[in-house]
Design a protein around this ligand. Sequence first.
Ligand code: URA
Length: 248
Amino acid sequence: MDAALTAEVRSLLASARATLKELAEEGVEQFERRSDAAFDLHPRAEAQAALESDPARSQPARAVRTLDEVRLELGECTRCPLSEGRKQIVFGDGNPDAELMFIGEGPGEEEDLRGLPFVGRAGELLTQMIERGLEIPRSEVYICNIVKCRPPKNRTPHPDEIATCKPFLDGQIDAVRPRTIVALGRPATSLLLGRDVAISRVRGTWHEYRGIPLMPTFHPAFLLRQYTDANRSAVWEDLKAALARSRQ
Ligand code: URA
């Protein structure tokens, strides 16, 4: 086995071990096999094809793209049906060198109109939590969503739509390379953890995505619907932990 393949196998084993440990911590004792496109991150054939065509194995690794390059590659995207109902693409907002990155679900009506993530009601709450709670300007963090186009009537994006948009989210993460990621709500958390999760079980616990510490928490829209002391203090604890980790 050549050195690159050995390193790849080691890294796959380490992430499998980490995932099993997380599952055990969440109380999972067994799981069923499922084939859900968005959450099945490494289907066998795909992983094999990626391995075989991986240019890094024969040539120097491809340079990480900048946010502008990722945006350019996205173009006026029509790769999935969400493009049909959008007014405009909502790519992301904030500091390209942010230490803290927030990832939500998808643009709502206001975001679709303005072309910016989290500028509606849920966005106002998120902005308040960042600026009044964490005491950092919103412009210092980076904010984006797992899908860049508004789903009709704000429905949850479908697995194929999420999967189609994922390379662009990964491009954003690689470009910003934040020290900590906060996943807002179940769809974002499930995508980044590679399995469907219950947000109430995983929030407040550390995970990892692309080698970056990941803190899942409740989505601000959920918080607006269930504005209880318990939910507010849970999110507050998660955000404080994320900020502290990003400053370590
Ligand atoms: N909800 C999200 O998940 N993202 C937004 O940009 C706005 C609301």
